[in-house]
Ligand binder design. Structure first.
Ligand code: BES
Ligand code: MN
Ligand code: ZN
Length: 478
């Protein structure tokens, strides 16, 4: 989606359709920039009051545009970001199959909402029809934003467009099923991206033998039940090698059956989304290449499939992790922390400035926070504050959850250094505590996106979160 910003409708001939947002203050005054035939009579006969979401089509009545529509936002000073998202969705849904380019006059919105409105427009334009014979046939590719006054800058628009590209990459990857998107496929995607941006990216992929040589036995305990071999994928974004890198670690379980601790059948298809952490890492790197931020970032993806088979790990099996700590695998469905713990040890070689892991880690996080907020765990107050702020700015919000040692004893094992489950209480927290045992040597935050990475039900599909959050976080650091 291409976005432009101007103070007036500069090239009216290019705008096939003009949307003007209006609020509940006197409407004529808000429309002074436009010549509209018989406006007074029209407002009188239609009783248009600019209620939230109310529309008034103006066909052939506006001199500057063949087709126009007014959309009400009610009292502009009381608008929430949620409502701004609703308006954006309403507009995009109404026009995306009809017009390739539209103009939206958003002067009625308070300036501080312009950025989020523009981001919402791009997000609303996503569709996924790869496996449908009948395609979506979306035409919309360009939006001219018009605002008499705005704080929205060209660099912000570039960031929004980069976020949109990266978020769409993440959504596509998430939506692809496990028979198409498996560990080697994710590695190929990373390599294809590096081939597109050879001056910015360097990719290295480790196979299972190389991981075995490094002692990554917790990782391999997950992937060995599958006929599809696991991969450790490193994508280095090298646009300022002077800095120590921010390392992003993504859980990439391309399908999670639970392994021998098999999941119930209902809804198991949704476990194709168990690689959404990995997808968000790839999406963020794609966005970085577009935004060309002058930073150093490493994206590392722990890609494996969790299957039951004669080769699969048994409940009770004990493995030695790359860190040397031993783990008793009491439940093979707690596999995310197993692939992540070795990956979090592996990435120490990059001497990271800080590390953020992103994982669809626990059903308990969905119980705690639903799908609105991602769970954020970090012992580092400054890092937690940066993530909270980036989440607000990009409207990809997180809620800080505890990660403190009081919970560690739930992970005690009679046979090994640590068990891989902590019982029914505080499941999202004990999962974070498990990871913390492998991250004590650097600044670290963990994002549990089990509730936010995809929608279920009629609107089933990947959200591409938390690409907006991560990109905002990285952009804020520049
Ligand atoms: N991928 C799941 C977590 C999940 C479940 C995400 C449902 C989204 C929706 C993870 O691998 C898992 O199975 N976790 C277990 C952990 C438990 C065995 C300690 C869970 O949450 O039930
Ligand atoms: Mn699982
Ligand atoms: Zn999982």
């Amino acid at each position: 989606m291409k976005l432009n910003i101007n103070t007036t409708l500069s090239q009216p001939e290019l705008a096939q359709y003009l949307v003007v947002l209006v609020d509940a203050s006197p409407i004529q005054q808000q429309l002074q920039a436009y010549q509209i035939q018989a406006l007074d009579r029209l407002l009188e006969t239609t009783q248009f009051k600019a209620a939230f979401g109310e529309t008034l089509p103006l066909i052939g009545q506006v001199e500057q545009a063949q087709n126009a529509v007014l959309i009400g936002v009610d009292q502009a000073d009381q608008l929430s970001v949620q409502k701004v998202y609703k308006i954006a969705q309403q507009i995009v849904k109404a026009v995306q199959k009809k017009y390739s380019r539209i103009a939206i006059d958003l002067s009625a919105l308070p300036s501080q909402l312009h950025y989020q409105f523009a981001l919402a427009l791009t997000q609303a334009s996503y569709g996924f029809d790869e496996f449908k014979s009948k395609k979506n046939e979306f035409l919309l590719t360009e939006i001219d934003l018009i605002a008499q006054q705005t704080e929205l800058s060209d660099s912000q628009l570039n960031l929004i467009q980069a976020i949109h590209t990266g978020q769409s990459v993440a959504r596509d990857l998430g939506n692809r099923p496990g028979n198409i998107c498996y560990p080697e496929y994710l590695a190929e995607q990373a390599q294809a991206l590096a081939a597109e941006y050879p001056e910015l990216l360097k990719v290295t992929v480790l196979d299972e033998q190389q991981m075995a040589d490094l002692g990554m036995n917790a990782f391999l305990a997950v992937s060995k039940g599958s006929d599809r071999p696991g991969r450790l994928i490193n994508i280095e974004y090298r646009n300022d090698l002077e800095q120590a890198p921010v390392v992003l670690v993504g859980k990439g379980i391309t399908f999670d059956t639970g392994g021998i601790s098999l999941k119930p059948g209902a809804g198991m298809d949704e476990m194709k989304y168990d690689m959404c952490g990995a997808a968000s890492v790839l999406g963020t790197l794609r966005a970085l290449c577009q935004a060309k931020l002058p930073i150093h970032v490493v994206g590392t993806i722990a890609a494996a499939e969790n299957m039951p088979s004669g080769h699969a790990t048994r409940p009770g099996d004990i493995v030695t992790t790359m860190s040397g700590q031993t783990v008793e695998i009491l439940n093979t469905d707690a596999e995310g922390r197993l692939v992540l713990c070795d990956t979090l040890t592996y990435i120490k070689r990059y001497n990271p400035e800080l590390v953020i892991d992103i994982a669809t880690l626990t059903g308990a996080c969905v119980v705690a926070l639903g799908s609105v907020l991602s769970g954020m765990f970090s012992p580092d107050d400054a890092l937690a504050a940066e993530l909270e702020q980036a989440g607000q700015q990009s409207f990809d919000r997180v809620w800080r959850m505890p990660v403190i040692d009081d919970y560690q004893e739930q992970l005690d094992s009679p046979f090994a250094d640590i068990a891989n489950i902590g019982g029914p209480k505080a499941g999202a927290v004990t999962a974070a505590c498990f990871l913390q045992r492998f991250t004590r040597e650097y600044r670290w935050a963990h994002l549990d996106i089990a509730g936010s990475a995809w929608n279920s039900g009629a609107q089933k599909g990947a959200t591409g979160r938390p690409v907006p959050l991560l990109m905002q976080f990285l952009a804020n650091r520049v």
